[in-house]
Design a protein around this ligand. Sequence first.
Ligand code: SF4
Length: 355
Amino acid sequence: MERRKTRPVFKGKVQVGGGAPVSVQSMTKTHTEDVEATVRQIHELEALGCDIIRVAVPTMEAAKAIGPIKKQIALPLVADIHFDHHLALESIAQGADCVRLNPGNLRRRAEVEAVVRAAKDADISVRVGVNSGSIRRRGRQQGAEEPDLAQLMTDAAVEYAGLIESLGLRHIVLSLKASDVPTTIAAYRAAAKRCDYPLHLGVTAAGPIESATIKSAIGIGGLLAEGIGDTIRVSLTGPPHEEVRLGHEILQALELEPGGPHIISCPTCGRCQIDLVSLVAEVKRKMPNVEVPLTVAVMGCVVNGPGEAAQADVGIAGGKGFGFVFRGGTKLRKVPEEELADELIREIESILRKR
Ligand code: SF4
C-alpha cells in the first residue's frame, strides 16, 4: 500500500513520518510523580516493543519528575499537557522529547508562543492533540445544522498547527481522536488532505479491551490500510502492555511490520474430530519467539484443512486421532494426535534454521 507522504518529525531518536516505519506508542498508567513506578512501567513497555512513551503531566510535581525519569529510560518521552502552559515549560526544561498540546484547552496566544519558543530552543517536537470531547461547538444559530464534528476537529488541529508553524517550529505531529470510529476516520482523512504533518492515530476512550480491540482495528487499521498514519496508540481501559501488543498486531495484520510466526486456525465444525482448541493453544505456547514471518496453519479436518495447510509455510490438518503435517505445499507424514503440536514445532524449527 502506498503511504501518504509526510514530513519527518523526530521524537528523541525516533523518526515519525517522512517514510519511517509506523511506530507504536503507549501511555503510562502510573502517577508520573511516582518516578520509580513510572520508570518500571516504561521499561516493561519498552521490552514489549513500545517505541515512544507518553506520561501525564497534571501537576508541577509530575513535570519535575520528568528529569529523573528521563535519566533512567531510553525511550523518547512525550509530556501530555492540558490547560496549563507552565506544565509544558517545566516538562521541556526537564528534558521531554515532545509536548502534546490540546487546542481545546490551551488557547491563549501568548501561552502557546511561550511553549513554542521553549520547544524550538530545546529542538523538540510538538504534538497537536485534538480530542472530540474538548472541541466546542460554538456559534450555532438556532435552526442551523449541527456542525460536523470531524470537520471541527480537523479545523482546530490544522489551524493550531498553522499557528505553531508561523512561530517557526516545523516539527509537528497531529492527532484527531474521537471516541467513535466514523468520526475518527473522517477527521484523519480530512486532515490528511490538508497538510503534510505526520499523523498519530488513535481512537480515544475506546473502552475495555474487547471493544478497544475492535474499534482500534477498524479505526487505526482502516486508516493505515488507506496509507494514512505514521505512529499509533491503541488506548484501552486495561494494562498498557495490551496497548503495545494490540498496536503491533494491527501493524502485523497489515504487513507493515514483519512480526513473527502467524497462526491461521479454522473455527472448527461438526467435521472436526480432534481437540483443535487445545492443539492451537499448545502450538501457540510452544511457538519459538522469533521475528521471522511464517504462516502456520492448524486445521481441524481433511475437508478444507489440507488446502489451507498446504498454502501455509507449514501446517497440520486433523483426522480422527491423527493428523497430517504439511510443509511448503507437500504432505510430509501422518502423526498421532498427541504428537501433532511437537511435530509441527519441529518443522518450524527446521525452517528457521534454514532462514
Ligand atoms: S477445516 Fe474442517 S473442521 Fe475446520 S472448519 Fe473447515 S471443515 Fe470444519
